[in-house]
Design a protein around this ligand. Structure first.
Ligand code: AMP
Length: 285
């Protein structure tokens, strides 16, 4: 696996692949890789001739009081996991390579899809995501890019700017990978103590219960959100940031679930903020 650290190196690598007529798949990550990331790598491996992963803790998507400095970094272990897929190249730049002195250009996605959920709670977050993903798509010359449903709003935002900016790449959404306990895999799970990890199962459990109620015929958005909130409130280590339900992928508010809907939550377990979601399909019947 090639390790690419500079803009020039990834440009050269992507250029050679394009010249050879290869279809390039890009999987952006912030590292501390786990099975969730690896499922994206496998999806890319299956669909593309060449897979480029990126491992970059992107400073522009973190708020001033967020965990940029504390975010886990373990590049050597990440490389071993990527070689196991196998991935062809990993792009691992320094922040100064992506944002050199004088840098001042950002991709801002306005409107109804960024003013809610994580967009409302993390000002500037999606501007940072949209900026870095645009740069990564350009540099890698990707035909396909792969993102997790774990960050469903991120997928909606990325699809929006890809269409708006006429980027020539197809965005794939890969299902959420969970531990046996139901806990969605996340690099931030490494912050949790054993006790907190057990408490964190309330996220997936509450969503699954709401999904069961939906499958049993419940269509009222407030009732579905209420079920989730009630269960989380029963867990002493958990505090709710949001429990929300929007149409998917448009992210419009809904009173009754009559089309595909995203039931999404953000919950603090101790000091660690975790997110999870389920998609409620259809809604008719
Ligand atoms: P991150 O390193 O947290 O920025 O995540 C990189 C990519 O992996 C994003 O597209 C995430 O949505 C995806 N991802 C993270 N956790 C999971 C998971 N448990 N299942 C599927 N995809 C995931």
């Amino acid at each position: 696996m090639k390790v690419l650290r500079t803009v020039q190196e990834i440009r050269d690598f992507a250029g050679e692949q394009k010249k050879a007529g290869k279809r390039i798949g890009l999987v952006p990550t912030m590292g501390a890789l786990h099975e969730g990331h690896l499922s994206l790598m496998r999806a890319a491996r299956e669909k593309c001739d060449v897979v480029i992963a990126s491992v970059f803790v992107n400073p522009t998507q973190f708020g001033p009081n967020e965990d940029y400095d504390a975010y886990p970094r373990r590049f050597e272990e990440d490389c071993r996991l990527l070689e196991g897929i196998p991935v062809d190249a990993v792009f691992h730049p320094e922040p100064s390579e992506m944002y050199p002195e004088g840098y001042c250009t950002y991709v801002q996605v306005d409107g109804d899809i960024t003013n809610k959920l994580c967009g409302a709670q993390r000002p500037g977050h999606f501007r940072g995501v949209a900026t870095v993903v645009t740069k990564l798509i350009n540099l890698s010359r990707a035909d396909e890019a792969f993102f997790g449903q774990k960050d469903a709003q991120q997928v909606v935002v990325i699809r929006r700017f890809v269409e708006d900016l006429n980027l020539n790449v197809h965005i794939n959404m890969v299902p959420i990978v969970r531990e046996e306990s139901g806990l969605a895999r996340s690099s931030r799970n490494t912050y949790l103590s054993p006790e907190e990890k057990e408490a964190a199962c309330v996220l997936s459990r509450s969503l699954q219960n709401a999904k069961k109620a939906f499958e049993g015929g419940e269509r009222d958005a407030e009732a579905l959100k209420g079920l989730v909130a009630k269960e989380i409130q029963g867990e002493p280590l958990a505090s709710i940031d949001y429990v929300e339900l929007f149409s998917f992928p448009a992210l419009h508010p809904m009173e009754k679930v009559t089309e595909d809907a995203l039931l999404a939550i953000a919950v603090k377990i101790g000091k660690t903020r975790l997110i999870d979601n389920v998609i409620l399909e259809g809604g008719r019947g």
